[in-house]
Design a protein around this ligand. Structure first.
Ligand code: SAM
Ligand code: SF4
Length: 379
């Protein structure tokens, strides 16, 4: 075996070609990646002996996005079909102990400083408060945030804050109950509004609202949503719709662009670019009518920010993804369950991130949407 700075390496092991069938169901339907990587013998000797999650483009991943479950209690049309998906079998999901071991390795050995719990719907994960509390007990203490649809949040916000959640993002695409029911296929807007208020009262601020505008559905609400957010002390962020829906129905020509959103907002508000350095943050921030209120626009498609990306991602079944749009994954669950040491797992994670591509490539002629949908990756 070649000598390298890390104990083990990751080589592609083809386990699930997209077209392969497993008991009559295609791997794609199951949301499996086209290529899953397993531990192998060949570290890249060119990788510097840096313990952090560095890549060949000089980026360092310090922000870990953790999908706690692929299940959800809503069915947002741009995310999954009305009937839901074939959820991940329980035994494939990392146990709490496995997940905490990986989080510990990320913080202690790999320099991760921020954790964001997401899904699917993270509030559906049993033991969430305990997972947060155990993560908050790590040294150095990571910043902990949650992205949620806020259904059921009202009665849980205080406990989450006490467990150690610092900040919270709530997804809400409309202020109109009938429209909410149309987009999410569930009549739960009142719960979301209650959840938002409870999060603010629990001190989980600044509470951010994530909104995806859909042409002809809710794109007439950009100003209403911003007025609501500013009036209630929430920070609104518009996210461009991305090709990550399980139905593969996204069309570039149909998506509402950041440029269009800015134009709509300019009809009612004066927006000035925030001068605070953006760093690895995905949102371009603008002060609303001189501030201090601000609005963010996440232009992942039309103004990608891959060059400043500081993310590494972990799916609920223990796969490391270097990007939302990655078409390969590295199987840390197999290492965990195969008795690997912390050092071996850290080495595999480093090697995975070393191979991170320069960008998501949505504009490349050969772009292929990842097989796993957003709900199974963790947004
Ligand atoms: N269920 C939680 C929620 O909705 O907040 C967490 C997971 S959800 C996948 C995370 C974020 O991804 C949400 O803000 C959602 O609006 C966004 N999202 C889902 N599908 C998307 C898509 N195709 N394009 C852009 N954003 C999307
Ligand atoms: Fe569920 Fe979030 Fe997807 Fe909506 S966007 S279906 S709330 S995972």
């Amino acid at each position: 075996m070649r000598k390298g700075p890390f104990p083990r390496l990751v080589t592609p092991v083809e386990i699930a070609p997209a077209a392969a069938t497993l008991g009559g169901v295609t791997a794609t339907e199951l949301g499996l990646p086209a290529v899953r990587r397993a531990a192998g013998p060949d570290p890249d000797p060119a990788r510097p002996a840096d313990p952090r999650l560095i890549d060949t483009f000089g980026r360092v991943a310090t922000d870990l996005r953790i999908s706690l479950t692929d299940r959800c209690n809503l069915r947002c049309s741009y995310c999954m079909p009305a009937e839901g998906l074939d959820w991940m079998p329980r035994d494939e999901q990392l146990t709490d102990a496995e997940l905490l071991r990986l989080i510990g390795i990320a913080v202690h050995d790999l320099g991760v400083r921020e954790l964001r719990f997401t899904g699917g719907e993270p509030l559906l994960r049993r033991g969430l408060d305990e997972l947060v509390a155990a993560s908050a007990a790590l040294e150095p203490r990571p910043d902990i945030s949650l992205t949620t649809n806020a259904v059921g949040l009202a009665r849980r916000a205080d406990a989450l804050a006490a467990a150690g959640v610092n900040r919270l993002n709530v997804s809400m695409d409309t202020l109109r109950p009938e429209r909410f029911a149309e987009i999410t296929r569930r009549d739960r807007l009142a719960d979301v509004l209650e959840g938002l208020a409870a999060a603010r009262a629990a001190g989980l601020g600044p509470v951010k609202i994530n909104t995806v505008l859909l042409r002809g559905v809710n794109d007439d609400e950009a100003c209403d949503l911003l007025r609501f957010a500013v009036g209630h002390g929430y920070e609104l962020r518009f996210i461009e719709q991305m090709p990550l829906d399980a139905q593969h129905g996204w069309e570039r020509t149909e998506m509402v662009t950041a440029g269009e959103i800015m134009e709509m907002l300019a009809a009612e508000f004066v927006l000035t670019p925030d001068t605070v350095a953006r760093g690895g943050a995905p949102a371009e921030r603008f002060l609303v009518d001189g501030g201090p209120a601000a609005v963010g626009v996440i232009a992942s498609v039309t103004r990608p920010f891959c060059g400043a990306c500081d993310r590494t991602r972990l799916t609920a079944d223990g796969q490391v993804r270097t990007c939302l749009f990655a078409r390969t994954e590295t199987d840390l669950r197999a290492l965990l369950r195969g008795g690997a040491s912390d050092g071996e797992i850290a080495g595999a994670w480093r090697t995975a991130m070393w191979g991170k591509l320069a960008g998501h490539g949505i504009d490349d002629p050969g772009f292929l949407q990842p097989d796993r949908p957003m709900s199974a990756i963790g947004g």
